[in-house]
Design a protein around this ligand. Structure first.
Ligand SMILES: [Zn+2]
Length: 349
């Protein structure tokens, strides 16, 4: 076996396996790939010691089988752990930031407090893993097996969960996706640059939250799903973008009832301004009097709510009547939409 004298030596190592005809790279602390190491038990002891004493950096442990061992607080930053078997390993507080864990077996691991930020966990098996307080921000979990993985207090901002199996995951919530950057509003999101994958991810999250009875979180996921759909329609020049954008603006795709109150207030004031500028109203009683802007607001509200007291009426002109009628239509539509959105948001789905 090759004895590595200094850290630099291993960091720049790019040695092929010593076995003739093998095209794999030699793994850390050995001149062979895992498959061709003669004494695997002895190697296992040596590598575990090297990991725990932090003798090396950027390990290459491709395909190695190191399951059911103690590796707490190990330094696996930028390590190559592709297809490595670490099942049932104690990886408490281990640093996996930017590590390559494609296809790795981490099932049943204790990853409490582990740093998995930026790690590539594509097709990794995390079933039954404990990820309490783990940092998975920016991690790639595409097609990962996350069934019975426990995400209590884990951070998943900007994580890619496309086609990951989350249906049986534990302790996921909207809060898991909280991003830390300082902004006016707290941001909750998965990785959104690939908007098609993000749309599907949010749809999966919505289903998950509904099955868990977390309707507020489902509402967030649904809003995000529709936002991604809107981006997709816009990029495809699809005409469905227009009603989508309007619904987003009016009621947050049925998830934001407070937006309807805002848009209703805006419409009432806008119509009052139009009536005011066109001087389009008159008192129904013959005694003429002058209107102030408050009267225009009052008339606009009475029209919007389709109350129609009739103390103030549009002047006899087709155009003035049409404007008033259009406001009544909008009012009836928005009030219906408001009830629908409230019921949708606050009742069990
Ligand atoms: Zn080999």
């Amino acid at each position: 076996m090759v004895v590595v004298k200094d850290r630099k030596d291993i960091e720049s190592r790019d040695v092929s396996c010593a076995k003739e005809g093998c095209r794999d790279k030699a793994i850390s602390l050995s001149e062979f790939c895992w498959e061709h190491i003669p004494n695997k038990e002895k190697y296992k002891e040596e590598i575990i010691e090297a990991v725990l004493e932090k003798k090396l950096k950027r390990f290459n442990l491709h395909k190695a089988v190191l399951n059911d061992v103690e590796l707490a607080r190990a330094d696996f930053r930028e390590a190559n752990l592709t297809q490595t078997n670490l099942a049932s390993t104690n990886l408490f507080d281990t640093d996996f930031s930017n590590a390559d864990l494609v296809g790795a077996d981490l099932s049943g691991c204790d990853l409490t407090g582990a740093d998995l930020s930026g790690a590539d966990l594509t097709k990794a098996d995390l079933s039954g893993a404990r990820l309490w307080h783990a940092d998975l921000s920016g991690a790639k979990l595409v097609e990962a097996n996350l069934s019975a993985a426990d995400f209590w207090q884990a951070r998943l901002c900007d994580a890619r969960l496309w086609r990951a199996d989350i249906s049986k995951s534990l302790s996921l919530s909207k809060k898991s996706f909280q991003c830390k950057e300082k902004r006016f509003f707290t941001n909750y999101r998965v990785y959104e640059d690939g908007y098609v994958a993000a749309e599907e991810t949010y749809r999966n999250l919505k289903r998950y939250f509904i099955s868990e009875g977390r309707y507020d979180d489902a509402s967030w996921a649904s809003f995000k799903e529709k936002t991604m759909e809107k981006i997709r329609l816009r990029k495809a020049w699809d005409m469905k973008y227009i009603p989508m954008a309007i619904m987003g603006l009016l009621c947050g795709y049925g998830e934001r009832p407070q937006r309807i109150i805002l848009s209703s207030s805006f419409i009432i004031i806008a119509y009052a301004a139009i009536f005011f500028l066109l001087k389009s109203i008159t008192a129904s009683a013959s005694n003429a009097f002058s209107f102030n802007f408050g009267d225009y607001i009052y008339y606009s509200v009475v029209t919007f709510t389709t109350l129609g007291y009739g103390d103030i009426i549009p002047k006899t002109s087709t155009i003035f009547r049409l404007i008033a009628v259009s406001e009544a239509f909008l009012g009836a539509f928005l009030m219906g939409l408001f009830i629908f959105t409230l019921a949708r948001k606050y009742s069990a789905r």
